[in-house]
Design a protein. Structure first.
Length: 435
């Protein structure tokens, strides 16, 4: 088998290990992504750093701001901004960086030479190389997650099934029988999926044992390399199978990990303290991350209006307006109210799946971050994504009545944020109504 196979890796956006279940105060989400020979780090303040091969300018990301997700393809880097727009740097030979006109994006993925975007309405768009029809995603609907391989694309539908497009030489697109999937990832010619019970499945190029995931349990994230696969467990430890010629699967000692990423022949992990560790090939400096810390200290929590809700969770931080009910249906409109409902439904057992709790919490955190930054449009996109998550959950994961109630809350918050977007400033909305 040809070892020099082109490869990328992209993180699809669920860096869920960073999230806690006890508090919902604002916290920006750090993240890593890595490709064949470069690695990208998203800091908690929305800025980006990179190391490794920069022959095409793929590491020239130091001026990026307001980024909420990063993805790394072969010799190019993509960033999703908080307003739903997308930026890119690096090799553009196949127009894979032609994303400047994209809007309304809530997740991104980068393949070998193509870029994928998930829109807030559940549809998908793509640019770049299409020699294997990997960009033929125009008809996809009801998608909640995306991933991209060297020349194939994967989409997770809200009903837990998976669809694909592109190269199927190794059977990496033969996922029609998959069901009950909650997240997806990809290797070069490999498709990976997490089931609702925390087990994992794989399909594609398995010649090095990289599909031998049968004994894995409690998995919350997956990543794939050229010939190895990596899994993050709910306790922050990491497991790996497949080729280990460069030490890329020597991850058993890692602890306190909240997110993983995998490149050609290397593996990286973001730890809870914001530091990054690496194993495997470093021939282009892609593993030179020992001095990274992606957590930027935050300013102290404030409660400007003294209403008991921190400004980071408060739709109206200058005025006590958190009980406003836009459509008089009994559902408070604030993110603080939505967060309180979320915690209450955990307490009463209505959200039965740990994975469901993490999915919901991830979207809540992103919405809080966007509001905190004054990016109401981005918060609206994120809340639409949360509605897709709620719709995708099965009764075994979350009580339907609780999901419907949370959806009603989400609709109210979207309504209020839309009104604020028109008014441009949150304080204008707070003073518009007689409370």
């Amino acid at each position: 088998m040809e070892r020099s196979r082109i490869f990328f890796f992209v993180v699809v956006g669920l860096t869920i290990g960073v999230l806690g279940l006890n508090g919902l105060a604002f916290s920006a989400q750090s993240q890593i992504a890595t490709s064949r020979t470069h690695t990208v780090g998203l800091k908690s303040d929305g800025t980006v750093i990179a190391v490794g091969n920069n022959n095409y300018g793929q590491c020239d990301v130091e001026n990026w701001t307001d980024i909420i997700q990063v993805a790394a393809g072969n010799y190019f880097t993509v960033g999703l901004k908080s307003d739903g727009s997308v930026v890119a740097a690096g090799n553009n030979d196949n127009s894979q960086c032609e994303v400047s006109t994209w809007t309304g994006i809530i997740r991104i993925a980068a393949g070998g030479s193509h870029t994928i975007g998930l829109k807030s309405d559940g549809s998908v768009i793509a640019v770049g190389a299409n020699n294997y029809s990997q960009c033929e995603v125009d008809g996809w609907q009801d998608i909640t997650h995306i991933a991209a391989g060297n020349a194939h694309t994967i989409g997770l539908q809200s009903n837990g099934t998976v669809i694909t497009a592109g190269d199927n030489f190794y059977g990496q697109c033969d996922v029609g029988a998959w069901a009950d999937i909650t997240d997806i990832a990809s290797g070069s010619d490999l498709s990976l999926g997490i089931k609702s019970d925390g087990t994992a499945v794989a399909q594609g190029d398995c010649d090095y044992g990289n599909c031998s995931l049968g004994g894995w349990t409690d998995i919350v994230q997956l990543a794939g390399g050229s010939y190895h696969a990596v899994g993050l467990k709910s306790d922050g430890t990491v497991v790996s199978v497949g080729e280990n010629d460069d030490g890329q699967t020597d991850v058993a000692a890692w602890t306190g990990v909240k997110q993983i990423a995998s490149g050609n022949f290397h593996t990286l992990a973001l730890k809870n303290d914001g530091t990054v560790v690496a194993a495997g090939s470093n021939y282009m400096g892609q593993c030179d991350v020992s001095d990274w810390n992606l957590e930027v200290p935050e300013t102290p929590d404030l409660d400007s209006d003294g209403d008991g809700v921190l400004d980071t969770d408060d739709l109206c931080p200058e005025e006590d307006a958190n009980g406003y009910d836009a459509d008089q249906d009994g559902c408070a409109d604030s993110l603080a109210g939505l967060a309180a409902l979320f915690k209450a439904k955990i307490s009463d057992g209505a959200i039965r799946s740990k994975w469901a709790r993490l999915l919901i919490l991830w979207e809540l955190k992103k919405a809080q971050w966007a509001v905190h930054k004054g990016k109401n449009r981005s918060a609206i996109y994120t809340l639409h994504a949360l509605k897709l998550v709620l719709r995708s959950l099965k009764s075994s994961q979350m009580d339907k009545g609780a999901a419907d109630l949370m959806t009603a809350y989400v609709n109210n918050v979207i309504w209020q944020l839309s009104d604020q977007q028109t008014a441009k400033k949150t304080t204008k909305l707070c003073s518009k109504y007689a409370w």
